[in-house]
Design a protein around this ligand. Structure first.
Ligand code: UDX
Ligand code: UDX
Length: 467
């Protein structure tokens, strides 16, 4: 049976669903793409005339939205209607870690995947290809299949095929990653369904980069790709501590080892630990699956990657306090960067959250500046109201700053936590004048101009650099 895909529906208008569908719409003008979501505010923002209100900030996204929206790319809350019109449905809902019940703290909560599958089962018509886009535990496709087969309407001719098509985009470079992927992975068993999805991607991706596998290999590959990437970060972060002790420089070490083709140069930047919605969740999932199959040693091995990540964050908070004479109570600290990495407004699992919480617990008064993260988001993440001013609080408190200059005013120390471009050439001449003495800058991303900071009398601590 040959599939003609003319109408796509994507359930979930988040960081993955939104940009992915925008790129498909851009390259496939003959396909109508409807992105649906249960969150009306999100959909309203996707439809906003003011493109600065789009729920996701990604370079190149606005241009595609401007070109395709209301032509062949639509955002809607009318989920059932768009399911019933679609030939192909992507499931792109979030799958957070379960907070209670069996597998709490490790297993993914699949309730939204399940409810999406139930809706598809009920409202889809005719032949429909269902594509798992969300990162899911291995064998979720079989759960989706079982649900799809519960036919609520007794309508004849309903046929479903399930494919796995994990997304490897990284936030901040999502559009470029989608336009020029290293590979596209499609897992499934029905050849025609696979062909239909391959045909969509060949509109812009060379066919040599499109890999087809069975369902389980595809699902597992996504978890393993993220686990390997996170493992590299924990490896280099563990070495950053050793470099500080021995007098080596972790940047030199990472350049030296990265020039070995077998190791490769990417993902060797030391930092305050990995954040983002995927790495921790996917490794916890891997650990859960390994334990489930009785592979205790394998589970423990991967668990260590998360442990080192947590340890690195605690280690930074501790060094910070020690360098500031062992106490930061009532000291003013400027935090540069709250997003989990540069070029995104996403703060999920950001190391800045746990480090700021540590400093607040020590009684610090922190002022936070991030070019993209909102005041409201920071309040939610810190689970603490913003104080109106930093001047008369004796317990830990935080305020939002609109610039590096505002945050650094009267600060005892600056802590750089996200590698935003603008932190690369800070005006230390000016900053040194407005900070309290002795002034410190702690750079966890190795991006500041150290010589310049020192020139203006600012003490510098660089992650992974021994004295
Ligand atoms: C994605 C993947 O889907 C997830 O599995 C992966 O591990 C992380 O990235 P992401 O797009 O980043 O998730 O999540 P999010 O930005 O939270 O978007 C998910 C969207 O799905 C939300 O807008 C939410 O409102 C929507 N949703 C959720 C539905 O439309 N229906 C539901 O039943 C549940
Ligand atoms: C990741 C994967 O890269 C992507 O393929 C997958 O689809 C989703 O998860 P993302 O979370 O958007 O993407 O960001 P990524 O660039 O991988 O960074 C994750 C975290 O690792 C960030 O906190 C980043 O600062 C940190 N990191 C990354 C380092 O500390 N050092 C590095 O060398 C690279």
């Amino acid at each position: 049976m040959t599939y003609q895909i003319k109408n796509i529906c994507c359930i979930g208008a988040g960081y993955v669903g939104g940009p992915t569908m925008a790129v498909i719409a851009n390259y496939c003008p003959n396909i109508q793409v409807n992105v649906v979501d249960i969150d009306p505010v999100r959909i309203k923002n996707w439809n906003s005339k003011d493109l600065s209100r789009l729920p996701v900030y990604e370079k190149g996204l606005k241009e595609i939205i401007r070109k395709c929206r209301d032509i062949n790319l639509h955002f809607s809350i009318d989920i059932n209607k768009h399911i019933s019109k679609a030939d192909m449905i992507f499931i792109s809902v979030n799958t957070p870690i379960k907070i209670k019940g069996f597998g709490a703290g490790q297993a993914s909560d699949l309730k939204w995947v399940e409810s999406s599958a139930r809706q598809i089962s009920k409202f889809a018509k005719g032949k429909t290809i269902v594509v798992e886009k969300s990162t899911l535990p291995v064998k979720t496709a079989s759960l989706i299949k079982q649900i799809l087969e519960i036919d609520n309407t007794n309508e004849e001719n309903k046929v479903f095929h399930v494919l796995s098509n994990p997304e490897f985009l990284a936030e901040g470079t999502a559009i470029n990653d989608l336009q020029n992927p290293d590979r596209v992975l499609i897992g499934g068993s029905d050849k025609e369904a696979i062909k239909a999805l391959v045909n969509i991607y060949t509109n812009w991706v060379p066919s040599t980069k499109i890999l087809t596998t069975d369902l389980w290999s595809s699902e597992l590959s996504k978890l393993i790709a993220n686990a390997f990437l996170a493992q590299r970060i924990s490896s280099i972060n563990s070495i950053s501590a050793l470099c500080e002790m021995t007098g080596a420089d972790v940047k030199d070490v990472s350049s030296a080892i990265g020039m070995d083709k077998r190791i490769g140069q990417f993902f060797l930047n030391p930092g305050p630990g990995f954040g983002g919605s995927c790495f921790k969740k996917d490794i916890l999932n891997l650990v859960y699956i390994c334990n489930h199959y009785g592979l205790k040693e394998v589970a423990q091995y991967w668990e260590k990657v998360i442990e080192i990540n947590h340890w690195q964050q605690k280690r930074i908070s501790k060094i910070f306090v020690e360098k500031l004479f062992g106490t930061i109570t009532e000291k003013r600290i400027a935090i540069f960067g709250f997003a989990f990495k540069a070029n995104t407004n996403d703060t999920r699992e950001s190391p800045s959250i746990s480090i700021c919480k540590d400093l607040l617990e020590e009684g610090a008064r922190i002022s936070i500046y991030d070019p993209k993260v909102t005041r409201k988001q920071i309040g939610i993440n810190l689970n603490m109201l913003e104080s109106r001013s930093l001047s008369n609080e004796s317990n830990g408190s935080w305020t939002f700053s609109k610039s590096t200059h505002e945050a650094a005013e009267n600060a005892d120390a600056i802590l750089v936590l996200t590698e935003w471009e603008e932190f690369k050439d800070l005006d230390f001449k000016n900053i040194s004048k407005i900070m309290r003495k002795p002034s410190w800058i702690f750079d966890t991303r190795s991006i500041i101009n150290v010589e310049e900071a020192k020139l203006y009398g600012i003490n510098v601590w660089n992650l992974g650099k021994g004295n």
